[in-house]
Design a protein around this ligand. Structure first.
Ligand code: CP
Ligand code: NVA
Length: 299
């Protein structure tokens, strides 16, 4: 089994991963990695959290990891993804990849004979979505019936994965962004099969009664050429004190990080009482361990 897209992961899969995470938290996991397991982390884009937490996850589960900056691999000289996947599968037990094109990770998975994990593509960030939902469940003690407002770049990779994962878990999702800026059609349509998912350009309407306010950068990796244009477009959708005041009094504020203080979120909100961003970052380690164990269990 691979871990590529939330579209391929059921509510039951998510629940099982959360149960494994709960067991890990209590120090009583029944599943273990195969002895001397090795993960290859092949990254085309920068990373702090995902890279370090996966490396620590492998180490703490008794395995090892090898970080490969794709620019220093033969991929940079034209070796195909298919050939790279076949070769890496001869050495390692997991391939964890952060790539630009989502089709490239699908190609990796098609040609690998070991599980492939999506550590972010232009289209999805599924490990992030699961650790985010786990964090919400930790704080709110439930997921079903909660309202999550994703504010800003509602077509970002994080938004795609989170809207679909949240809707599968029975949450309402409000996508709050500029007029005529639409979410990704595939994820939006799919998410609406599971729960109420709406698009709002009016901030007050989109954030009203929300339990969770979520934001991400206005300029994702690979969009640097459009940075100025995007910052201007999304500026009215900054998560600041006023925006947070429209949500429920006990709403929590989330951000996958890295944050651009003063752009998509203000420092007072990011560092404020309602923010759970450090707990959210911490849970990446736990959930990534649970994903590795889940994939081992599935075989
Ligand atoms: N949230 C997240 O994926 O962070 P990194 O880019 O640092 O891995
Ligand atoms: N949307 C962001 C997420 C970073 C973790 C990006 O792709 O750059």
């Amino acid at each position: 089994m691979n871990f590529i897209s939330i579209a391929d992961i059921s509510k039951e899969d998510i629940q099982r991963i959360f149960d494994i995470a709960d067991d890990l938290k209590q120090g009583r996991s029944e599943i273990a990695l195969k002895e001397d397991s090795v993960a290859a982390l092949i990254f085309e884009k920068p990373s702090t959290r995902t890279r370090v937490s996966f490396e620590v996850a492998m180490a703490q589960l008794g395995g090892h990891s090898i970080y490969i900056d794709s620019r220093t691999s033969q991929m940079s000289r034209g070796e195909s993804i298919a050939d790279t996947a076949k070769v890496l599968s001869q050495y390692v037990d997991f391939i964890i990849a952060r790539l630009y094109k989502h089709d490239d990770i699908i190609e990796f998975a098609k040609n690998a004979t070991v599980p492939v994990i999506n550590a972010l593509t232009d289209l999805e960030h599924p490990c992030q979505a699961l650790s985010d939902l786990y964090t919400i469940q930790e704080v709110k003690k439930k997921l079903r019936g909660l309202k999550l407002s994703f504010v800003g770049d509602i077509a970002a990779n994080t938004a795609n994965s989170l809207m679909l994962a949240a809707s599968k878990m029975g949450m309402e999702v409000a996508l709050v962004g500029p007029k005529n800026y639409m979410p990704n059609t595939f994820y939006f349509t799919k998410a609406r099969e599971y729960s109420k998912v709406g698009v709002y350009d009016n901030i007050k309407e989109g954030v009203e009664d929300s339990d969770i306010i979520y934001t991400d950068t206005f300029v994702s990796m690979g969009q640097e050429a459009e940075a100025e244009e995007r910052k201007k477009l999304f500026a009215p959708y900054q998560v600041n004190k006023t925006l947070v005041s429209y949500a429920k009094k006990d709403a929590i504020v989330m951000h996958c990080l890295p944050a651009h203080r003063g752009e998509e979120i203000t420092s007072d909100v990011l560092d404020g009482k309602q923010s759970v961003v450090w707990q959210q970052a911490k849970n990446k380690l736990l959930i990534e361990k649970a994903i590795l164990l889940y994939l081992s269990e599935k075989g």
